[in-house]
Design a protein around this ligand. Sequence first.
Ligand SMILES: NC(=O)c1ccc[n+]([C@@H]2O[C@H](COP(=O)([O-])OP(=O)(O)OC[C@H]3O[C@@H](n4cnc5c(N)ncnc54)[C@H](O)[C@@H]3O)[C@@H](O)[C@H]2O)c1
Length: 438
Amino acid sequence: MRVSVLGLGYVGCVSAACLASLGHEVIGVDVNQVKVDLVNDGKAPVVEERIGELIAEVVAAGALRATTDVREAIMGSEVSLVCVGTPSEPNGSLCTTYLERVTEQIGAAVAERGGRQTVVFRSTMLPGTCLDLLVPILEKFAGGTAGVDFGVAVNPEFLREGTSVRDFFDPPKTVIGELDPASGDVVAALYDGLPGEVFRVPIPTAEAIKYADNAFHGLKIGFANELGAVCRALGVDSHQVIDVFLADRKLNISPAYLRPGFAFGGSCLPKDLRGLVHAARQADVAVPILSHVLPSNDAHLQRAVELVERTGRRRVGLFGLSFKPGTDDLRESPLVELAERLFGKGYDLRIYDPNVNLSRLLGANREYIETRLPHLSQLLAESVEEVLDHAEVCVVGTRDPAVLSALPHGDSPVIVDLVHLPDAEARRTEPGYVGLAW
Ligand SMILES: NC(=O)c1ccc[n+]([C@@H]2O[C@H](COP(=O)([O-])OP(=O)(O)OC[C@H]3O[C@@H](n4cnc5c(N)ncnc54)[C@H](O)[C@@H]3O)[C@@H](O)[C@H]2O)c1
């Protein structure tokens, strides 16, 4: 394919050289004449493993050349990869100025050239940037309709500086956010033959995936470093701890605990986080990430309260009360906390949990609910139907099959979904459905 790459920084330069080595005819563009001259001399404008040799090779073979002229590049290509910088503004917001400028230039050149150009944004940008900001610019300057007269896709890149050439040929994944299937097909064809799973998704999803990845990578590093600092202060070998931690592929390095859902609780996680943070404080070790995990959890619980408040209705049915399915343990259950907040705000509440039925509760848990939660014990219903008859709003905190099959559809009662119901995707279009974080 004839490909133009706009922006010859780390991402553009590596993408241009690697695509040329895959057999595409590539023309690179940068506003910086020095970078353009370096590429045309067969030299790399960035320091990266293997990039020097690769650029020398593909330029000598005539597969890559560079220019400062966007128009010239668009005239000679049918697909354009936008790799310009998107730095932070002083207030932390994303600077889209370079994206906007280059999109205008591409649009104007596409209008002049005619024919279907596919514009692929590889720069990192927040969800909404492509469809709400850049597509209107393209439509204005190119004329015509995106997805019809020209293609648009978002193809975030996951290369690591230092090993980016190696990563290009062995990517962790390829993500293609496509406006229409034809746009996605063009991007898929660019990387034909490379290993790794290919995900074809809507454009805002592709934009968000890059942020999910980078936020998680930062979080992982911060977590490991804080844990190391606490271990050191407590006289424990942090690397030994992390070796064992990493060996656990069931609960630690795994999809466990990584899906948006409701707040956590129970008799262990809150207690042990508090204990660890307290120990760190006593040892004068700052652990901002660890010490904000419980406040983050509380903020999530508060979101559920606010969703109920926003319905404006007073008769609430809560399904689920124990801290997770299959247990009657109520200690530090976030659903108990939610029930208490709603009760405290004067909502007319009924609660059903198949595991927390007063007539079935035994020993410690019966005593717990009678002494610690007498106000809630009076609100417990014996059946799903009893709660449904009462509720104008159903707050669903359990995936119990009897509850799921009884939940009505439509606009009344309002369903506030805390567990991502199995049919959440279908319900999302229903007027009475509200998801907690989806
Ligand atoms: N560096 C990385 O490892 C990495 C990894 C993944 C994603 N990203 C993202 O990719 C994007 C590019 O990052 P980078 O590190 O390559 O940036 P960079 O600053 O190294 O390069 C950007 C290049 O774009 C050029 N440019 C700006 N406006 C232009 C225009 N109108 N026409 C042509 N060229 C223009 C600049 O001169 C510069 O050479 C950013 O959104 C970044 O967040 C970077």
